[in-house]
Design a protein around this ligand. Structure first.
Ligand SMILES: Nc1ncnc2c1ncn2[C@@H]1O[C@H](COP(=O)(O)OP(=O)(O)O)[C@@H](O)[C@H]1O
Ligand SMILES: N[C@@H](CCC(=O)OP(=O)(O)O)C(=O)O
Length: 375
């Protein structure tokens, strides 16, 4: 860990707020002191910070995180500015500039935008500026959003080729159950999905301002680890120790090999536009050889997608096995399956038996983690 050079640090709302749920300026200040130390050592740091909604509560006269979307957006609009003001001032004390990077889900799920975001982040790092990333909550809706900043942090870590992801929260580590239960035990290391068997992860903690909960953190940690990036999950107050590799928190070992970037993006960053259901032989072909999927192995087509869209490849029970890029639009595929003749002037791909090419298939891990809501 001490040898990591490109580091993504994510801090949750619960670690930036006081007991009343309001932004507590002392907390970002403490984190910035640690990150400035890394910057001084010549390391590149990207900060993914939640807290926009929490920071907007007091100015809007709210006492708790609003449930209505437009109110959340209004709070985020006010709070994000305050948050950046705080980070700008705190990093400024160490002579470090910050750059605000607000991302929407489409900036990651669309391939061209993905490259665009990468270019900007890399340029900022090259200039010695610390990018401060958050979801663009002002325009994010329930349907179109990352879901939580833990996932966003894992995607950003892959995007910039990080060699360490640190997830900071208000809890010291991943526990095998509700951390407040007397019998709960911290987990020091996770080497793979088997180490997560039986672990119970609940929804957000008692702060009332977090959104994803521990399940989101574990999912994000496994996503980053599968991309070859080690992850430390620790308490925000232990950030310095966690970054120094002092053995605090939970360490998620990275997969030995980084998957091809395009396949990681496909599996973790895209949103499926539909589903292609496969027969048993086709499922085996995908699982054992990674495809291709030929149209004779397709039993059903669900949703509406166009050629080039990401789709889930499912088995007969509807379980997603992999994600792939469809070569045909759903309408053309349905016509092909119904035995209609291939139109002479139709897309060239119609004459081709592959529905998804082998180079466009990203397999899902059988089980990411055994998280179940405990509240
Ligand atoms: N198995 C578990 N191990 C650790 N924390 C857990 C677990 N299950 C639920 N939690 C809760 O998850 C909370 C952290 O999630 P959240 O409130 O979303 O934090 P953040 O704002 O940092 O993203 C902790 O405060 C803890 O109460
Ligand atoms: N983007 C939102 C936070 C979303 C989120 O994931 O929050 P958290 O669970 O505290 O990391 C905000 O800035 O308020």
């Amino acid at each position: 860990m001490a040898g990591a050079h490109r580091i993504v640090v994510k801090i949750g709302s619960s670690s930036l707020t006081s007991a009343s749920g309001r932004l507590d300026p002392a907390r970002p200040a403490a984190l910035v002191e640690v990150l400035a130390g890394l910057h001084r050592q010549g390391k590149s740091v990207v900060l993914v910070s939640s807290g926009a909604v929490a920071a907007g509560l007091a100015p809007l006269g709210l006492t708790a995180r609003p449930t209505e979307l437009s109110e959340q957006q209004a709070a985020a609009s006010v709070g994000q500015g305050l948050l950046m003001g705080t980070y700008g001032a705190e990093f400024g004390r160490y002579g470090i500039q910050v750059g605000q990077v607000l991302l929407t889900a489409g900036d990651i799920t669309r391939r061209d935008h993905y490259h665009n975001a990468r270019r900007t982040l890399k340029k900022l790092m090259l200039l010695g500026i610390v990018p401060v990333v958050n979801e663009n909550d002002v325009v994010a809706t329930h349907e179109v959003r990352f879901g939580d900043n833990d996932r966003l942090a894992a995607l950003v870590a892959e995007l910039i080729g990080a060699d360490l992801l640190v997830l900071l929260s208000d809890v010291e580590a991943l526990y095998d159950g509700d951390p407040l239960a007397p019998a709960a035990r911290p987990i020091a290391e996770v080497r793979g999905p088997a180490d997560l068997a039986g672990i119970r992860t609940g929804t957000p903690g008692r702060s009332g301002v977090g959104t994803g909960g521990m399940a989101a953190k574990v999912q994000a940690a496994m996503t980053a680890a599968s991309a070859g990036i080690p992850v430390v999950l620790a308490a925000a107050g232990q950030a310095a120790r966690a970054l120094a590799g002092a053995g605090t928190g939970t360490y998620f070992h990275a997969a030995p090999q980084r998957p091809a970037e395009q396949l990681f993006w496909l599996a973790h960053a895209t949103a499926p536009q539909g589903r292609i259901v496969l027969d048993a032989d086709a499922v085996r072909e995908v699982r054992e050889h990674g495809g291709p999927v030929v149209w004779s192995g397709v039993t059903a087509v669900e949703g509406q997608f166009t050629a080039g869209d990401p789709v889930d490849l499912a088995d007969g029970a509807g379980r997603p096995v992999a994600r792939g890029l469809a070569r045909l639009a759903s309408g053309d595929l349905i016509r092909l399956l119904a035995g209609f003749p291939v139109p002479q002037d139709g897309p060239a791909a119609l004459a081709y038996p592959e529905v998804v090419g082998a180079q466009d298939v990203a397999l899902f891990a059988p089980h990411a983690y055994a998280g179940t809501g405990t509240g």
